[in-house]
Design a protein around this ligand. Structure first.
Ligand SMILES: [Zn+2]
Length: 252
């Protein structure tokens, strides 16, 4: 049987950009999954966009919004603390409650550097990792439901060849620091999306994020790349695998 998956992302759009093919492929194969998005509260434009994107990818339920503010955009969650500044233990508690209720076999989130160093992504990695481990411990947060053992954590990452393409074609005149990609031998799982229908679905889900398509130069550059280069980037999603139980669980 296909594993139950829980995707944990910082911002609306990351679910589609980094893991959209994995989600769409998993659901199309009869699997089940949920999505938690840490920033942008219900009622905001980008929350509405991630609801649309989740539907396009085939997720059976609406994304769960933790409702924190995006690091650089206070209006993303009026009155709420910035995601990276809220009390970590309170955040772990909320995430443990979701994990014990949803009972995922695997949690999918960013790698320890948040794929490319974004502070909200790094914080999301730490939160998902801490909560996945705490959810299994009976004596922590005892009132939050029965303990649940997540079997594996999958950390989405950018490989060296992806970074090369991104820097040559997407970030070429932007003032961002070039990162080293994850070496190929440290990638544990490559999800190659052979089906054109699944890649189309991923592109549609990315395009549902109208606000980012209008605002972000990188997003515009990505979606206007020559089709063969864009497809090369979008049709492969790479992960590092961290098993929390002996043997863990295969994502696919
Ligand atoms: Zn992001």
């Amino acid at each position: 049987m296909a594993p139950r998956l829980l995707f944990v992302h910082a911002h609306p759009d990351d679910e589609s950009l980094w893991t959209g093919g994995t989600i769409a492929r998993h659901i199309a194969a009869g699997g089940d999954a949920d999505l938690i998005v840490c920033t942008w509260a219900p009622g905001t434009s980008r929350h509405a966009e991630v609801v649309d994107a989740a539907r396009i990818l085939g997720l059976p339920r609406e994304p769960i919004a933790l409702g924190y503010a995006d690091d650089r955009i206070p209006e993303s969650a009026p009155g709420a603390p910035r995601f990276c500044e809220a009390r970590f233990d309170s955040q772990v508690r909320v995430m443990v409650e979701h994990i014990r209720r949803l009972r995922p076999d695997a949690v999918v989130t960013y790698d320890p550097i948040g794929v490319y160093g974004h502070q909200d992504h790094i914080h999301t990695h730490r939160l998902a990792d801490a909560a996945a481990r705490a959810a299994a411990v009976p004596n922590i947060y005892r009132r939050l439901g029965d303990p649940w053992q997540v079997k594996s954590i999958y950390e989405v990452t950018a490989t060296a060849w992806m970074i090369d393409i991104l820097w040559e074609h997407v970030f070429d005149d932007m003032p961002v620091e070039r990162l080293q990609g994850t070496p190929d031998h440290e990638v544990d799982l490559r999800v190659d999306i052979e089906s054109a229908a699944i890649v189309d679905r991923k592109e549609s889900a990315i395009s549902a994020h109208h606000t980012e398509m209008d605002r972000s130069l990188a997003m515009k550059a990505l979606m206007t790349l020559p089709p063969e280069i864009r497809r090369t980037l979008l049709a492969t999603e790479c992960y590092r695998r961290r098993d929390l139980t002996p043997g863990g669980i295969d994502l696919l």
